[in-house]
Design a protein around this ligand. Sequence first.
Ligand code: BTN
Length: 277
Amino acid sequence: MPARLTFDPLPQDVAETLAVSRTRVGAFGNVRYRAEVDSTNDLAIDLAAAGAPEGTAVLAGAQRAGRGRRGRSWFSPPGAGLYLSVVVRPVGPADALPLVTLASGVAAARALHTATGLGVELKWPNDLVTGRPWRKLGGLLCEAVGGGATVDAIVVGIGVNLRPAAYPPEIADRATSIEDELGRPVDRALVVCEMLASLADVTARLWRRERRWICDEWRRLGRAGLGGAAIRWTEQGVARRGVARDIDDEGGLMVDAEGRAHRLVGGEVFWERLSRE
Ligand code: BTN
């Protein structure tokens, strides 16, 4: 096995909590641990490329080069966050792929609420947020594995701020952690296991094409940013303003602006009233 794919023993609390959650996490209990890593997504991509089955997960205590969306770095200091990447393997036609990020967000928000009691919301397309104005608790970075016309696997990377940390100045005023919000400690091992169990559940729903359940859950968890919330975004270099109406069944954001309907499929969206961006 390449040196890059060697691992450390699982922390005891995670191993013990996983052992009692075996039936719920199923194949998603195959967790590899590294105390420190560049990026859990990179290791999970290597494992997926080497044939690792769905549910193979990489958990780290810290990341030296954690990655966020749009080429950003993800602040990943030791012991302060959940740094987890999970291999999923699409079943059937490619129609489910555009929903992987939204489905994984649903899984993550539900798991965090179950494990900690904190109300976690979703902000399209990939943010885990809480409070008013919104502060960012975490995010998802889903990356496809495999060349050519087919996607063999997708790595679902999840980063969550669990404990207070000295955030870099550029994110300090809009980042928060679960412990900052709750004012009490959270059990990281429980968060890991709930996250895996929830991903196992929602991923199975996605491959069964339970599109309605996934989108309705996303709407419930992301409702503050839908139904007429004012947003701005950039389209081909042009700054635009409008209101977010809904998501569609392919996970696009439906927006009204300048008298017509737009469908956003990626890129960056800023919410005017609810967030601090
Ligand atoms: C974002 O909000 O931009 C997405 C952040 C995703 C961070 C997670 S932490 C685990 C995994 N490994 C990475 O390098 N990134 C993701």
